[in-house]
Structures are given as structure tokens and as C-alpha cells.
Design a binder for this molecule. Sequence first.
Ligand SMILES: N[C@H](CCC[C@H](N)C(=O)O)C(=O)O
Length: 294
Amino acid sequence: MAERLAFTKMHGLGNDFMVVDAVSRPLPVADWLTPKRIQGWADRHFGIGFDQLLLIEPPNGTNADFRYRVFNADGGEVEQCGNGARCFARFVAERGLTDRRDIRVETAGGPIVLHLTDDDRVRVDMGRPRFAPEAIPFKPPITASGSPYTLMLSGKPGGLDQVTLEAVSMGNPHAVVQVEELGRFPVEAVGAALESHPAFPRRVNVGFVKQHRPDHIGLRVFERGAGETLACGTGACAAVAAGIHAARLESPCRVDLRGGALSIDWSGRDEDSLFMTGPATFVFDGEVAVDATE
Ligand SMILES: N[C@H](CCC[C@H](N)C(=O)O)C(=O)O
């Protein structure tokens, strides 16, 4: 007889998630959330369909309120998910797992703090952006004299034989590429080429930015382990951090993604946290059979 796993489908601006609560009901996570099973559930035709699976656990020995783990559609566990953090906050608040309005969370990419605003949005302290190549991790070309970096591309993806980018860590790795026109840019081809580029030992999320004004950008993101998504929270944070770091952008900055808009603010001082504010949406509750023989 197969076990049943309860989950909640949520999204942040169309970046969608399977949310699993392992606080109310402890789960045999290692046995159940295998990469193969996550890949199957992520499939939009044969499974539930999502960009990431978010696992909510009790804190792991720190003074945090919860631990939050993120798995991409390809089954790999990663450090951070910005849109997922907002969905996490609304889930734990509205399902009675906490009565706090400021929620401290452990993540593999470092601690974050989630604040529930009065209009059902969530403001997330995403921690400090990091630009040092070793923090990304990123191996710049030996000829590079610093950011922005020019990487050669093999096979001319999207007709390009090189690309200029900035590299930022928001706990997870991001490459930020400035483009003239987002609608027609070959995001799939260039994003896939950069995601697996040898300069990024742990692969990378790739953001393509069109700057409209110093406080307003458009962004498309080809995500590590998920492909192009309708929105990427850490991608929006990385794009604005790179722009402020390079004195192109100012704070607060509006980021228009395919699924909607986020507001990002950061002082530009390395020691200060960057903040992201945006919505989180419940879609449905469901359950799925966990067949031990799979
Ligand atoms: N694909 C990302 C994880 C999800 C990030 C994204 N969904 C967000 O909202 O930040 C990575 O491999 O680091």
C-alpha cells in the first residue's frame, strides 16, 4: 500500500512550487525526496509540475524558527530561492506553524528573515550580496582584469561566440548579462550555454537585464536546474545588486519579470543586507502517492 504525501502548490509571480510541510508531520525525507522522484513530480505532463520543491523542517540546532530546503526540478538540492521564501512565509503563517510576523529561517545559503506585511506581501532580508569570484563560485578567465567578465561560448549559442557578465552570489550563484532587447534575446540558447559553462563549477542561474531607468529594469532568468522561469527572486536580487555595485542602478529598484514585479532595495554597502518585497500565492492542496518501489 503506497504512502501518501500531502503538499501545497504555491507560486511567486508564476515561479511555482510544491511545498512540503515536514514540521506538522515528520517525513522520511531521504527515502521519499529522491532526485528521481522529485524530477518525476516536477514534470508538467506526467507529474504535479513545478520549478522547485520547498521542504519546511524544524530548525537544525540554531535559534531560527524553521529550516527551509530547496530542490530544483532536476532533483538537485540548492542553497536559496527568493520567490520560494515568500511562499514559505505565507505558508507557515496561514497554516498555523507560527504566529510570528518576523520569521527567522535557516537555509543552505545562509540565514534569512521573512517579514509578513499587512497587504499579504512578504519582505525578505536576503542577506548580503557577494561579488568575490570564490564566493559565487566563479573561475574568471585568466585574462580578466575584473568585473564585468567576458566569457567565450562554444558552438555560437544564439549566434554569440562570447558574452559579458557580472557574477553575484545571493547564497546561490548568478550571472547577470545586460541586453538591449529582452523579447527577442535567445535566452534559452545563451542561458543553457552559461548554466553549464566550466567557469561556474556549481553551474549558475543566468539573468538577462534590460535597464529602463536607474530605478527600473526588465529581467528574464534562465534558472540552474529549471530552465527559464516566469520569475526568479534571487535573480532579481542579483541583477539589482550587480547594478548598484556598478553604480548603474539605485535603490529601491523595480524589477519587471515575465510573471510580475518585485521591489529590491540595498544600500550598496557590502556589510548591509539586500531586501526583496513581493507577493506569494496559494494555488491548491493535494497529495501524491509515494511508491516505495519507485
Ligand atoms: N534555480 C535556483 C533555485 C531557485 C531560485 C529561484 N526560483 C528564486 O526565486 O530565487 C538555483 O539553482 O540556485
